[in-house]
Design a binder for this molecule. Structure first.
Ligand SMILES: Nc1ncnc2c1ncn2[C@@H]1O[C@H](COP(=O)(O)OP(=O)(O)O)[C@@H](O)[C@H]1O
Ligand SMILES: [Mg+2]
Length: 425
């Protein structure tokens, strides 16, 4: 995805009609209204939607370690204290720790001989972190220079590259690839099977079996398929030196992409080929193209194919339960009450066990992503109160808001479980 910069037009004059409650994030318009008061010296703001890798790098520079000043390319940046409400850049999606909250908010960039420029990012109104950045200049060239600096920054050590076909490359931060909460033993089983595959090349050879396998993770959206895929890939890379490749569904996806993907995987094996949204892929390419690769007309030695799908019924039997095709299929279903309770207990420490138990009952039929959203909103509410840990007063209004949404099938502020096109999201 390319980045976009947009001039949002003249600032709306007049007083703020409604107080802004940033618990659920802000639209670009609300953010500008807020900034008009907080940074009166900045007359104009532009809206910048950084591409994913720029966004990540910026987050890393501005939010990691809680630093309040630093250097980025030609700029010195600081974090002016303007008494903005709690604009918390909340990153629960990928964080190990439930409370991993990073502060981004407002930063001021200064360089010799140019006027200072403010950058502002917040949780946006879809609940996503810093998807847009407001920049207090009319000079799009300034943003392009910032992008060039961000592009040039090296990937932090320890991050693991995934070559993405049909999208931007991704870097996985192992610290942010936790195991999902799943029914007992399932996550370990998947990871263990992958480890065995990579560790036992010799066994395959002795048995005269081709050294390749396919795993399929199925289940309704938002129950940890992508999380698990990321975790498996990180382990395969770290423990077995596997090359990581992934395919993203896009409108022009063709058989050639599949061929090229597997060509690369074979050349750089051992490798994991991740096919997120396998059903979507099969809508775009002839099944035979994929079968040819899985069956290894060309020997695909050392390639583990890891696919996910929300619609297992769309994957035909010819692909499933066959050696070297998708010979292992795991279903990550909606969490049972016990699992919901375990998750909520870990993520909402400070709430009494009895309330957690009842909450597990009240969230029957919820996906893990929806539960995670409840947790995030509750933690945000606590943060706005200035409390360290959430209590029931934070939880109840969130629950009251989310339950009817869930019942009516509206997603309200989605966590990205639906629009999530894979671990790149
Ligand atoms: N099993 C789980 N354990 C913990 N968090 C989860 C789980 N499943 C989903 N989530 C939360 O929901 C988000 C989306 O999950 P994801 O793995 O992308 O779902 P899927 O790929 O099955 O649609 C995750 O980033 C995480 O915050
Ligand atoms: Mg997914």
């Amino acid at each position: 995805m390319q980045s976009r910069i947009r001039d949002p037009g003249p600032t709306v004059e007049g007083p703020l009609e409604t107080p802004i409650v940033p618990g659920w994030g802000l639209t670009a318009l609300e953010a500008r209204r807020l900034l008009r008061q907080a940074v009166p010296e900045a007359a104009e703001w532009m809206c910048w939607w950084p591409n994913r890798s720029h966004r990540r790098t910026l987050t890393r520079v501005l939010a990691d370690d809680g630093a309040s000043e630093g250097v980025l390319g030609p700029w010195r940046w600081t974090r002016p204290d303007r008494g903005l409400p709690g604009m918390i850049h909340y990153d629960s999606q990928y964080a190990d720790e439930a409370h991993a909250a990073h502060w981004i908010g407002l930063s001021r960039f200064e360089a010799e001989g140019e006027p200072p420029v403010h950058l502002f990012t917040c949780l946006d109104s879809t609940g996503q972190n810093g998807r847009f950045v407001l920049v207090s200049t009319r000079d799009a060239g300034w943003v392009r220079r910032l992008e060039a600096v961000l592009t040039a920054l090296p990937c932090p050590s320890g991050w693991i590259p995934v070559e993405m076909f049909g999208g931007e490359d991704v870097h996985l931060d192992p610290k942010r690839c936790p195991l999902p909460f799943l029914p007992s033993g399932m996550a370990d089983d998947v990871v263990d099977q992958a480890d065995r595959f990579f560790a036992h090349q010799e066994t395959y050879r002795r048995l005269g079996a081709p050294w390749r396998r396919g795993f399929l993770l199925c289940g309704p959206p938002g129950n940890g398929k992508t999380m698990l895929a990321r975790r498996l890939m990180v382990g395969a890379h770290r423990r077995h030196g596997a090359t990581l490749l992934a395919l993203k569904v896009h409108p022009l996806l063709s058989e050639n992409d599949i061929a090229e993907l597997y060509h690369k995987a074979r050349a750089r094996a051992p490798a994991v080929v991740c096919l997120e949204e396998l059903d979507g892929i099969l809508e775009k390419v002839a099944r035979s193209a994929l079968l040819a690769e899985l069956d290894g007309l060309q020997s695909a030695e050392g390639v583990l194919t890891l696919a996910t799908t929300n619609r297992p019924e769309a994957i035909d039997e010819a692909l499933k339960h066959r050696p070297s095709r998708f010979d292992r299929v795991w279903t990550l279903g909606l969490p049972e009450a016990g699992l919901r309770e375990r998750f909520l207990k870990v993520r909402l420490p400070g709430l009494p066990a009895s309330r957690i138990g009842r909450l597990a009952g009240q969230t029957q039929g919820w996906s893990m992503a929806y539960l995670a959203e409840l947790v995030t909103a509750t933690l945000l509410a606590a943060a706005h109160r200035g409390a360290d840990a959430p209590d029931q007063t934070d939880l109840e209004p969130v629950l009251a808001r989310m339950r009817p949404q869930h019942r009516s099938g509206e997603r309200g502020h989605a966590t990205g479980a639906d629009g999530d096109v894979g671990f790149a999201a």
